[in-house]
Design a protein around this ligand. Structure first.
Ligand SMILES: NC(=O)c1ccc[n+]([C@@H]2O[C@H](COP(=O)([O-])OP(=O)(O)OC[C@H]3O[C@@H](n4cnc5c(N)ncnc54)[C@H](O)[C@@H]3O)[C@@H](O)[C@H]2O)c1
Length: 276
């Protein structure tokens, strides 16, 4: 079968692990050249090595998406390495939960910075490149449709107790998605979101195992209470949490030519779960 993303240049934040990694591997297996980002350089380099070992093309751009100079560096890497920019997936993220009466300003802003301000800066930095590529296409009589996919959550659609910071940020990214779908339609860029339910990754591992992640210099607990996880799975019509590969499939759909006339939409990838 022909690769579906042959020669496309794709950027995926937070692609050293979990869903982002699965998206990057899927894109590369379909012929895309991928810019891999992660806070942690080790996992990012491992994904690059995995893609290259399979005969694909990838380059790492490690660092936190919250760093003020990150967006320019990220977009700049795609342009300098691959001379193009076709797909951007804003995926990097984590959770830092608490009920509102116990939530600090630091927790609040950490989620806004990572899930909202970082995608905003990345897309702002991408604009001049998208505009120039679109103009060049028009001059050449070509019509290439470029793609942005922003990662949200059912928590952003329906709220989730203990996640006022995260659910607010994941709701905000949907506003950004709808607005940019309107601003960028004339550039032939579609802008959509994927909202996940429960996907089995480090983020949703067993909290009882006491795992932590060092994010922007803070040691943050990862995982979800196992009883809550079991209850969540029982509430999913398909009866189980999804795999990172299944999660990547939803993003892939929005990057195919078959979805070129779909923009400003949120695709729920939740095994049929329609609320929490
Ligand atoms: N797993 C789920 O059930 C679920 C549900 C809804 C939404 N999501 C969203 O999906 C996305 C991916 O989550 P995941 O489940 O794959 O988690 P994960 O922890 O497995 O992977 C996330 C990756 O993002 C990286 N990352 C975190 N902060 C970063 C930063 N500031 N800069 C660069 N990289 C950073 C981490 O190092 C990690 O490698 C997140 O935006 C998350 O909110 C996940």
């Amino acid at each position: 079968m022909n690769p579906r993303l042959d020669g496309k240049v794709a950027l995926v934040t937070g692609s050293g692990r979990g869903i982002g990694r699965a998206i990057a591997l899927k894109f590369a297996s379909e012929g895309a050249r991928v810019v891999i980002n992660d806070l942690d350089a080790g996992p990012a380099e491992e994904v690059v090595a995995e893609i290259r070992a399979a005969g694909g093309q990838a380059v790492a751009c490690p660092g936190s998406v919250t760093a003020p100079d990150f967006a320019e560096r990220f977009i700049g890497t795609a342009v300098s390495e691959y001379k193009g920019l076709d797909i951007i997936v804003n995926n990097a993220g984590y959770t830092w939960d608490n009920v509102i009466q116990k939530m600090t300003d630091e927790q609040w802003y950490a989620m806004i910075d990572c899930h909202l301000t970082a995608p905003f800066r990345i897309l702002r930095a991408a604009y001049p490149v998208m505009r120039d590529l679109s103009k060049a296409d028009q001059a050449a009589g070509k019509r290439s449709v470029r793609k942005v996919v922003n990662i949200s959550s059912v928590a952003g659609l329906f709220g989730n107790a203990g996640q006022v910071n995260y659910s607010t940020a994941k709701a905000g990214i949907l506003g950004m998605t709808q607005t940019l779908a309107k601003e960028w339609g004339r550039l032939n860029v579609t802008v959509n979101a994927v909202a996940y339910g429960f996907i089995k990754t480090r983020l949703t591992g067993n909290a009882a195992e006491g795992g932590t992640a060092n994010i922007d210099g803070r040691e943050i607990k990862v995982g979800v209470n196992p009883d809550l996880l079991a209850a969540m799975e029982r509430g999913i019509p398909l009866g189980r949490g999804g795999t990172p590969e299944e999660a990547a499939g939803a993003v892939f759909l929005l990057c195919l030519p078959e979805s070129d006339y779909v923009s400003g939409q949120t695709l729920m990838c939740s095994g049929g779960l329609t609320g929490i």
